[in-house]
Ligand binder design. Structure first.
Ligand code: 0JX
Ligand code: SF4
Length: 323
């Protein structure tokens, strides 16, 4: 038997950048080109170490809060979205803002607003402390209750059990969320569901793709950063779908040789905030250890693209017209 036949790599597709991340990263790059460095970015534009380091080298300055941005400067809001109070702070500090919130996160903000206006109690399924959750809760703090998994269901307090809706963070595990929803429905039989999926297409597609190869894999390597919710979920989903072992790595040099003991088939995927160059690094690392050409296992194709934030488009158009 050849070495290729002995040691296989199954490469999940789709993987890596989603439309919201692509747009957010291009937004910072174009802003740097258009207005010049420095461009301030509130929080990590996306939760990926390499992306943040690369943009820093080009002149982006990442801050935790808008108050750290000098008056009159430009600040980009990250893909994960911000609470309305952050827009207010930026206005008060006379900052020029470019909002790179993913339109699919904005959709959840709108749903939260609508249900709050209709006087619902909103049960937001999501991870405590995650930036997206903080931003969405900021739309209607007095109406939104965080439900961080099934164990939180018993603790929820609502005003009227007949006027309750659930919404969710966009980057959760689909299966785990459904377990939480089932528990919520048991407690609140009149619970209303969101008008459309809040867990976004990219999160769902990457989970379906890794499930297709997990059962065959002795080891799954997920490329992604530790603070990336959707990437962490891929490790859990892989294990839940039968992978014998699964790990998250930012870079190829974090892959531990010991993980390969007795391993014949490795599954590889990456989170929605991960550039393909990092996946290539892992594939090269595996090839150096006798693994064959990756076999791509495609569960679906993605074609979604979002236009750049309107503030930036306006200035890019004006610049093009002046030439
Ligand atoms: O931690 P998340 O998965 O929400 O974010 P990340 O890794 O930056 O992924 C893309 C941005 C997702 C926003 O919904
Ligand atoms: Fe948007 Fe989904 Fe990507 Fe988040 S993971 S940026 S919601 S497309």
């Amino acid at each position: 038997m050849t070495a290729t036949a002995e040691r296989r790599v199954l490469l999940a597709a789709p993987r890596g950048y989603c439309a919201g991340v692509d747009r957010a990263v291009i937004t910072v790059e174009k802003a740097l080109e258009q207005y010049g460095a420095p461009i301030y970015v509130r929080k990590q534009i996306v939760h990926n170490k390499y992306v943040v380091q690369t943009l820093e080298k080009k002149g982006a300055i990442f801050v935790d809060e808008t108050e750290e941005v000098p008056e009159g400067a430009i600040v980009v809001f990250s893909a994960h979205g911000v609470a309305p109070s952050v827009h207010d702070e930026a206005k008060a500090g006379r900052l020029a803002t470019i909002d790179a919130t993913c339109p699919l996160v904005t959709k959840v903000h709108r749903e939260a607003n609508r249900f709050a206006d209709e006087d619902y109690d909103i049960l937001l399924i999501g991870h405590e402390g995650h930036e997206e959750v903080i931003g969405t809760m900021g739309e209607a703090p007095e109406r939104i209750h965080l439900v961080d998994g099934p164990e939180d269901v018993a603790k929820v307090k609502v005003r009227d059990e007949n006027k309750v809706v659930w919404l969710s963070q966009t980057t959760l595990s689909v299966d785990e969320t459904m377990t939480t929803v089932d528990a919520l429905k048991e407690r609140f039989p009149a619970l209303v569901s969101p008008p459309s999926d809040d867990i976004c297409y990219a999160t769902q597609n990457r989970q379906v793709a890794i499930k297709q190869i997990a059962a065959e894999a002795d080891l799954v390597i997920v490329v992604g950063s530790k603070n990336s919710s959707n990437s962490v979920r891929l490790v859990e989903v892989a294990l839940g779908a039968g992978a014998k072992d699964a790990h998250l790595v930012d870079f190829a040099d974090e892959v531990d040789e010991a993980w390969l003991d007795g391993v014949r088939t490795v599954g590889v995927t990456s989170g929605a905030s991960v550039p393909e160059v990092l996946v290539r690094g892992v594939l090269e690392w595996l090839a150096e250890r006798g693994f064959g050409e990756p076999e791509v296992v495609t569960s679906t194709e993605e074609h979604l693209q979002f236009s750049l934030p309107k503030e930036l488009r306006r200035d890019l158009r004006a610049e093009a017209a002046s030439k």
